[in-house]
Design a protein around this ligand. Structure first.
Ligand SMILES: Nc1nc2c(ncn2[C@@H]2O[C@H](COP(=O)(O)OP(=O)(O)O)[C@@H](O)[C@H]2O)c(=O)[nH]1
Ligand SMILES: [Mg+2]
Length: 336
């Protein structure tokens, strides 16, 4: 059978068909991820202690806190960058705990299907510092930074939960800036709700606050020194983020963010994006839940070995398209 289309007609047909096809695939994929993560069974719930080889229960974010602070580190092929960053982090935590007996902590390393020696390096730290202080959650297969952080958060024990990168790009003591802001905002909200409440009944884990580390103050310098595609990503991103999540946070992508336990419970039982744009979804969800967001300047050092490259751009756009389609059509429901 002869169709009898001229070349211009074929071009026009393709121009009309392609966007419809892309839209269809976006809607289909969003539909595929429509279930909230509350319904997903999150593994693992039991960890193995490499020292005693005993099983260690791994609590859920819905359980009461057992530590003051959890540090969640996503790690993908980080055998070289992780040891230095972990040494510095644990050193800081130990010094602080020595000065203040009420300061308790854990470090949760989520190994996201690394193909190098990341897991072994991480377990060496568990052996050295005990499974109470350092935990490894192995995901087996690579799932993405966002997914690794989600699983780490869901199995953390802290009143406050900090996510930070495995390369030590931000000095760990900057967490105090985020922590102080969370306490200040939390206390203010606590007393504004009930002016006669005594300060001793204030529990930071019950407040709803997210503190976003930010490199916005470094933007000019970064633009001059970063690779072209990082600048393209940064500028393009501001625009796309504005469209997808609205205004509020200038630097959504900084890998240094702190949440109260109650805020983390709401955010990480709902989040669906798994790779680089999960931070944008966090902003979106904070707004939906009315969780106050604070953006706080932190130090940032560009550490060689970044895994963000030009190939990350299509994935970022794809994730934002999924998110917009999912929430705007109502396929992605938010559960509180
Ligand atoms: N879980 C997981 N983490 C990743 C992946 N890619 C990068 N990361 C982690 O994300 C953090 C930041 O990564 P990096 O490549 O330094 O990104 P950049 O600092 O934004 O250039 C590090 O802790 C990485 O190990 C991935 O595919 N999965
Ligand atoms: Mg980095």
């Amino acid at each position: 059978m002869e169709i009898g289309l001229t070349i211009p007609e074929v071009v026009v047909a393709l121009i009309l068909l392609l966007p419809s096809l892309v839209l269809f695939v976006i809607l289909f994929q969003s539909y595929d991820r429509r279930h909230t993560n509350n319904n997903r069974v999150d593994s693992p719930v039991v960890l193995q202690d490499p020292n005693s080889l005993k099983q260690v229960p791994c609590p859920h974010i819905r359980d009461p806190p057992e530590k003051y602070l959890s540090l969640v580190i996503p790690a993908f092929n980080e055998e070289h960058r992780l040891p230095g960053a972990l040494d510095e982090t644990i050193n800081y935590l130990q010094q602080r705990a020595a000065k203040d007996k009420s300061f308790t902590y854990e470090v949760v390393i989520v190994d996201d299907g690394s193909t190098d020696a990341t897991k072994r390096v991480a377990y060496d730290f568990v052996k050295k510092f005990t499974v109470d202080k350092v935990r490894v959650i192995p995901l087996g297969k690579n799932q993405g930074k966002g997914e690794a952080i989600r699983i780490g958060m869901l199995h953390s024990r802290g009143e406050l939960l900090l996510m930070l990168d495995a390369d030590g790009a931000t000095k760990v003591n900057d967490l105090e800036k985020l922590e102080h802001e969370i306490h200040a905002v939390g206390r203010k909200e606590f007393h504004s709700g009930d002016s006669v409440a005594s300060d001793s009944s204030f529990r930071v884990s019950d407040t709803l606050i997210a503190a976003f580390g930010s490199r916005a103050h470094l933007e000019e310098k970064a633009l001059a020194s970063r690779k072209w595609y990082r600048n393209f990503l940064m500028k393009g991103f501001h625009l796309v983020v504005l469209l997808a999540a609205g205004p509020g946070i200038r630097d959504t992508q900084c890998g240094f963010k702190m949440f109260t336990r109650s805020a983390a419970r709401k955010l990480f039982t709902n989040i669906r994006l798994k790779r680089w744009c999960f931070d944008v979804e966090l902003v979106f969800l904070c707004k939906r839940f009315g969780i106050p967001m604070a953006e706080i300047s932190v130090n940032w050092t560009e550490i060689p070995g970044s895994k963000v490259n030009p190939l990350s751009i299509p994935n970022m756009l794809w994730e934002l398209a999924l998110m917009s389609a999912g929430y705007r059509t109502g396929m992605w429901k938010i559960s509180s």
